[in-house]
Design a binder for this molecule. Structure first.
Ligand SMILES: [Zn+2]
Length: 252
């Protein structure tokens, strides 16, 4: 308790301050998902995003000049994922690296003979092992503008939540019970279906890559195109709604 108290006090001081009007109007203008939220959820998000902004370490890379607005836009979208849970579920993320635009990073591949080659690969974001998220600011901004089912921040933070739950052997709905078995069965079935089709009206084909990518891609559609996902993949929508404890289709 002794250790928890200073953080608790710091947090209450943080959220007791009025939410900056400039941030509010920035989110109104630049974050389409923000516009879909009713006031009760916005109010919760205003608190959570300030906690995330304060408690992770932000590292500008590639000459980026990190601004407050950049941190607000990333944090607002990331915190949307844990609106049905607690913002602490995101705080396994310790560091957010932000690049001005897409960046190049070495990618190691191993061939059948076991020979490893390193090639430079173009990327717009990635989730390393639990703890670090890498984002391109250009893509963060573009994706925040449109509700088209592509959202880099949701994608990368969904990976983090997924990694954390796997590590701790807990998934909402709780691992092991009947609800979890049903959840798992739906996710496997929908992944297998996308893998065999490779095309879908709602889900990006990249979700066929593997089950982790499927979860991240399905998360993007769940928040950005909830009505379409509900219509085309009702079971997947229901599974994600149980996982995130949110009903974004009901907000529209
Ligand atoms: Zn991914």
């Amino acid at each position: 308790m002794v250790f928890g108290w200073p953080r608790k006090r710091r947090r209450s001081r943080l959220v007791a301050a009025p939410f900056p009007a400039a941030w509010e109007s920035f989110l109104d203008r630049r974050c389409s998902l923000w516009g879909t939220l009713p006031e009760a959820e916005r109010s919760r998000l205003r608190d959570d995003l300030r906690i995330l902004m304060a408690e992770v370490s932000w590292e500008p890379c590639g000459g980026l000049e990190l601004t407050e607005e950049m941190r607000v836009l990333v944090a607002a979208q990331a915190c949307l994922l844990t609106l049905g849970h607690r913002v602490d579920d995101l705080l396994a993320v310790k560091t957010i690296l932000l690049y001005p635009s897409g960046y190049r990073a070495p990618d190691e591949t191993m061939d059948e003979a076991g020979i490893v080659t390193e090639e430079m690969d173009d990327r717009e974001g990635e989730a390393w092992d639990v703890g670090t998220v890498v984002l391109s600011w250009e893509d963060v901004q573009n994706d925040a503008r449109r509700l088209d089912g592509r959202n880099l921040v949701l994608h990368e933070f969904a990976h983090q939540i997924d990694l954390l739950h796997r590590l701790e052997f807990r998934d909402p709905p709780a691992r092991g019970g009947a609800a979890f078995r049903r959840w798992n069965a739906i996710m496997h079935r929908e992944f297998a279906a996308l893998s065999s089709r490779r095309r879908d009206r709602v889900l990006d084909a990249y979700g066929a890559e593997d089950e982790a990518e499927f979860f991240a891609v399905a998360t993007e559609s769940f928040f950005e195109r909830p009505s379409d996902l509900l219509r085309v993949h009702p079971e997947l929508y229901e599974a994600l709604s149980a996982y995130y404890r949110q009903d974004p289709a009901g907000r529209r």
